[in-house]
Design a protein around this ligand. Structure first.
Ligand code: HSE
Length: 308
């Protein structure tokens, strides 16, 4: 008798850098570094395999968040799988500010939706995954690619996530300096104040609006002027030794701007030239502050999660 193959779906999802300086919890960009999620319907049991980044720390049991989002998608689709095998092959470093959890969750949700006959829309996937993450700035670009502007709009019981995509900047490179220590987003958010000065809020409203315009118009002189923040970076600086000096070194080496990637600890510089010099300056400056890091030159990526 011929054996029927178990249905399997594979999804690749890009890394993301959230905030883009002033756009706290609002802006994000997809980058060409990927997590791979494979989901198979099986006869019984729920199995999680993890390879690559986070293999030593990511739980394999029912508490695995990707498995939880997969099961939620099945439930919403009105299906009950007898068993599931989830394989995560991760290239995105965990707890470093490059959207590894958003990528894994988006991958799981998209894979489950595909196996359930795509009964959920992208908008529903966006909202489900955002409810796991708490904010949409990594989730939206992981799902859609490009640079994405998002807002959460609460209406009664439902929180609508509104997001709009800008094509990724042409010819721009993102140089990331990834420290060898993790920083939990929760800890980095706990460092933020409950109240900020009004003038700092105004500072960020103006810079965020200008960053969006700079991306829409590929206006790099403007980007270099306005990619600044007063809402989160100053409060997080004590958690990342050398942060301010690494920003200055990256700019002196030719970067247009340098900011915290998401909640950190990764620092990200945007440059159109001298990228090797920028990477070297970031690495050396971190080293002077006793932080060892890996640098990578990444490209903004136009496409989000993809079933392959
Ligand atoms: N906007 C979030 C933060 C991104 O900065 O805390 C990290 O998940």
């Amino acid at each position: 008798m011929r054996e029927t193959a178990s249905p399997t779906v594979r999804v690749i999802v890009p890394a993301t850098t959230a905030n883009l300086g002033p756009g706290f919890d609002t802006l994000g960009m997809a980058l060409d570094l990927y997590n791979h999620v494979e989901l198979t319907e099986t006869g019984e049991g729920f199995v999680v395999d993890v390879e690559g980044e986070g293999a030593a720390s990511i739980p394999r049991n029912e508490s695995n968040i990707v498995l939880r989002v997969v099961r939620q998608v099945y439930e919403l689709a009105g299906r009950k799988p007898a068993g599931l095998r989830l394989r995560l092959r991760n290239e995105i470093p965990v707890a470093r500010g490059l959207g590894s959890s958003a990528a894994a969750l988006v991958g799981g949700a998209v894979a489950a939706n595909e196996l359930c006959g795509n009964c959920l829309s992208d908008q529903e996937i966006l909202e489900i995954v955002t409810s796991f993450e708490g904010h949409p700035d990594n989730v939206a670009p992981a799902l859609f690619g490009g640079v994405v502007v998002s807002a959460m709009i609460a209406e009664g019981d439902r929180t609508e996530v509104v997001s709009r995509k800008i094509p990724p900047p042409y010819g721009m490179r993102a140089i990331v300096a990834i420290p060898d220590f993790p920083l939990a987003t929760k800890r980095a958010r706990n460092a933020l104040p409950a109240v900020v000065p009004f003038k700092d809020a105004v500072f960020n409203v103006s810079r965020t609006s200008m960053v969006i315009l700079a991306f829409i118009h590929n206006d790099w002189d403007l980007l270099a002027k306005v990619m600044e923040d007063r809402l989160h970076q100053p409060y997080r600086e004590p958690l990342i030794p050398g942060m301010g000096d690494v920003f200055s070194a990256a700019r002196e080496a030719g970067a247009l701007a340098a900011v915290l990637s998401g909640a950190g600890p990764t620092l990200i510089a945007f440059a159109r030239e001298n990228t090797a010099e920028v990477a070297q300056a970031m690495e050396e400056t971190f080293a002077r502050h006793g932080v060892s890091c890996v640098t990578k030159e990444l490209k903004p990526c136009a496409v989000g999660a993809k079933v392959i």
